[in-house]
Design a protein around this ligand. Sequence first.
Ligand SMILES: [Fe+2]
Length: 264
Amino acid sequence: MVWERKHIEFIYFDEIDYKPLEAKGLPPGLELKILSIDESDGALSGLLRIPPGWQADLDFTFTTPEHLFILQGDLTINGKTLTEQFYSYHPKGASHGNMYSQNGCEAIVMWDAKFSVNINEKGSDEGIIVKDTINMNWEPTIAEGPQAGIMVKMLRFVPDTGEMTFLVGILPNWKETRQRHHACVEESFKIFGDMNLNTNLGDKLLMGERSYFYRPPWIKHGPLYTRKGTMSLVRTSSWLENRYMPLEEDEEYLKFLKEKSPNN
Ligand SMILES: [Fe+2]
């Protein structure tokens, strides 16, 4: 499932190798590295690499909703060219006609179900989001509580569930001395800068560029500190609320524990 994967805290993109992506019906050359996956339904987050000159000059759709964030290069889907730091969202069954990359491309990819291709299916343009994030304005942070110095570019918000996909930018020398937790899943791709997480989960505490975590609810993190400042692509399973109280004082957490208990 999208939101029931195991905790990963954290890995660098380049610790994982690219492997050929099986995309039946499309030209060869696509490569995928998986950063986190739920094997039961194939939902995954990772990186997609497309070689220069790759082209699929036909209509097709994917069997999964897809988020893309271009790290480098270019990718044209259905006449729309995405370049560095473009974000796109294609719902399941959305049109992917005539997809090509002139200079090659590396992109963050999130697929919410098992990936496969429906060749010669025209698909729909409904619900497709394309955002040139470099040219978006930063907005004040949506989540209350943290120290000033955090700004957000909202890329996708689902009112029914509160699910959010956004860029978060944080100023150099930003510091948060408190520990926080959330009731939602938080996954994050660090694109620029650094963040000291202090999750006390090992000795790899300083998260640098091209790294990723998938954090289930109720994991305390902090104190937090960034030296150079940072920008990350973040997705959450519901509205992101920062909670600073001890876990045992969070009523929702206690309810969660009770529901999980075998004696319940
Ligand atoms: Fe967090």
